[in-house]
Write a protein that binds this ligand. Structure first.
Ligand code: SF4
Length: 562
């Protein structure tokens, strides 16, 4: 089986120490990325750790496919204990960092401890250096990238950066890379911020190589020639359809379609798109550099989820206002989904839907924890009572779009996800939209017969997040091709995926998570929800209370020295 190469590099920013060690025993059963990060995190982060304490550990990793020249491989994975969900969580970002990370020669980077001064950490194939950067305190992501380019000659594609939101430990702060791409979900930016890290740079010419089978060229060629609508409109292409089937959260989840969808949908985005955008090596090029000629505003996106959170869910019908929210989140280092939903909760409490000025002010206040922003920075789960609104979260994470009240299987998948209410964990929604072959599709209503597919998708997504392969490769990389690319048996890959999902669950069980956390604000609106949950647990071999049986997991046995 193909897997990432190289030792683990551990950086303790409190001690300013660096260690490297072989993790070869783990690589065989991990592929790379998320699986590697999860195995290490499970065995090395104390079960009672404070997500914002020095004992939390953050892992960054690529996979073997970053040694290919194939489309869909410009991504990498981050794993840590999340300050938003309070559970173990992996997040995934595109952009151009993955090849530069691979150039350092490490299979994964582990960051622990906490620095008493703000740092940029420089990681190369020749070692690690610490740079004190007090002047970058509360600098935006873009300002920090500019500093690194000016002082070190490294472009944004060499960096991960946190904005003011990460430094101020906003629970849904993102880690930004390549300037506008985000490890968005779960507040991993706050974890880096809590460690006193403003940025990490990656550079090198490692000679580690992984030979990827020639099918990579076929896949790349098909991606280049495809006329898929995502190449013009990215994920925003689904907005109108989601609206038409009533799966588009609107005005803080009080409605399921938006009467102004035509003003913020994929066609409007395409009008604002002024050039092609992509991730490294990817000929599918689904990204969305956009510009508004009238105001001069430039950003990348908004993607569909941002159109939901800062558009329909906030009652905003002007695409330029949504673009501005998107840009603010990128500059300040915030997850657009959680930030938009939190702002929508605030708008609901103030009866101010559609007030774009208030929205933009509030986003800034959240990042700097000023006034009401300090409250909202804690996320909907922790402050909904204070705001007097319903708690639209799962396991503390604000909902992405593709509403489960209409797409009932996606609803169940939101509930079972170890990460909380994120659509990419199982990514079941395409099976309830007409986005997959008819023979694989499901009716939207009910969950009967869906749990085995949810389990399979959760497992295969672990492998994609470990390979690391973009999930938008779904029309180009089927199970046979995935197995060929990784020189593995598909069932063996699913087994590894299943082990990683169980490790996440086991870790979270030790922190008190159980069946009561696999819940939705609308359980009672999904026919057969409880039976579906039971079928899901049975399929996984877990206990009826949503816990992993004793002795059923093994992280791989590489505990930290301390
Ligand atoms: S499909 Fe889109 S998000 Fe995925 S790697 Fe290619 S450009 Fe990036």
């Amino acid at each position: 089986m193909k897997h990432v190469q190289g030792p683990l590099c551990t950086i303790d920013v409190g001690e300013r120490s660096v260690e490297t060690e072989s993790v070869d025993g783990l690589l065989e059963r991990s592929v790379g990325g998320r699986a590697l990060g999860t195995r290490l995190a499970h065995d090395r982060i104390p079960f009672d750790a404070d997500p914002l304490g020095p004992e939390n550990r953050l892992y960054l990793a690529t996979g073997p496919l970053q040694h290919s020249t194939m489309s869909f491989t410009g991504r990498m994975s981050a794993t840590a204990l999340s300050p938003l969900t309070d559970g173990l969580l992996s997040s995934n970002a595109g952009g151009f960092l993955s090849r530069n990370f691979t150039g350092t020669g490490y299979s994964a980077l582990e960051v622990t401890g906490s620095s008493d001064e703000l740092l940029v950490v420089h990681v190369t194939d020749e070692g690690v250096e610490f740079e004190s950067v007090p002047d970058l305190a509360e600098a935006t992501v873009f300002e920090t990238c500019e500093y690194i380019e000016d002082e070190h000659g490294l472009g944004a594609e060499h960096t991960v950066v946190v904005g003011p939101a990460g430094e101020n430990e906003v629970r849904f702060a993102s880690i930004m890379t390549s300037k506008e791409r985000a490890f968005g979900r779960g507040g991993l930016g706050a974890v880096l911020g809590s460690k006193g890290i403003k940025a990490i740079t990656f550079d090198g010419d490692s000679t580690n190589e992984v030979e990827i089978p020639p099918i990579q060229m076929e896949i790349h060629g098909e991606a280049a020639q495809s006329d898929h609508i995502m190449k013009r409109q990215g994920t925003s292409s689904v907005a109108s359809y989601a609206d038409s089937v009533e799966a588009l959260p609107t005005r803080y989840f009080s409605e399921l379609s938006f009467e102004h969808i035509d003003d913020i949908d994929g066609d409007r985005i395409e009008e604002k798109k002024y050039k092609k955008g992509t991730c490294s090596a990817c000929a599918f090029a689904c990204k969305l550099p956009t510009k508004d000629d009238e105001t001069g505003l430039e950003t990348e996106g908004p993607e569909y989820e941002t159109l939901m959170a800062f558009g329909s869910n906030s009652g905003v019908d002007d695409i330029v206002d949504v673009m501005k929210s998107n840009k603010l989140c990128d500059e300040l280092g915030l997850d657009t989904i959680s930030a938009g939903d939190v702002v929508a909760a605030y708008l609901a409490s103030e009866d101010e839907f559609g007030n774009a000025e208030l929205i933009h002010e509030t986003v800034e206040k959240i990042a700097y924890r000023e006034g009401i922003g300090d409250t909202l920075a804690e996320g909907v789960d922790r402050v909904h009572d204070e705001l007097g609104v319903e708690n639209w979260t799962v396991k503390g994470m604000e909902f992405s779009a593709h509403d489960g009240r209409t797409l009932n299987g996606q609803g169940l998948a939101f509930a079972t996800s170890n990460r909380g209410a994120d659509h990419m964990y199982a990514e079941f929604y395409p099976y309830e939209y007409p986005l997959v072959d008819a023979e694989d599709a499901f009716e939207k209503e009910g969950v009967e017969g869906k749990p085995p597919k949810i389990v399979e998708l959760e497992n295969v997504n672990v492998i994609k997040d470990s390979a690391v392969l973009c999930k938008f490769s779904r029309s180009f990389v089927d199970e046979e091709r995935l197995a060929t690319l990784l020189d593995a048996d598909y069932d063996e890959l699913l087994e590894i995926g299943s082990e990683i999902v169980a490790l996440e669950r086991h870790f979270n069980n030790q922190r008190g998570f159980d069946r009561s956390d696999d819940a939705l604000p609308y359980d009672d609106q999904i026919p057969g929800f409880e039976e579906g949950l039971e079928e899901y647990y049975a399929e996984r071999g877990w206990n009826d209370d949503g816990t992993v049986p004793d002795g059923a997991v093994d992280g791989g046995g590489v505990p930290a020295d301390d």
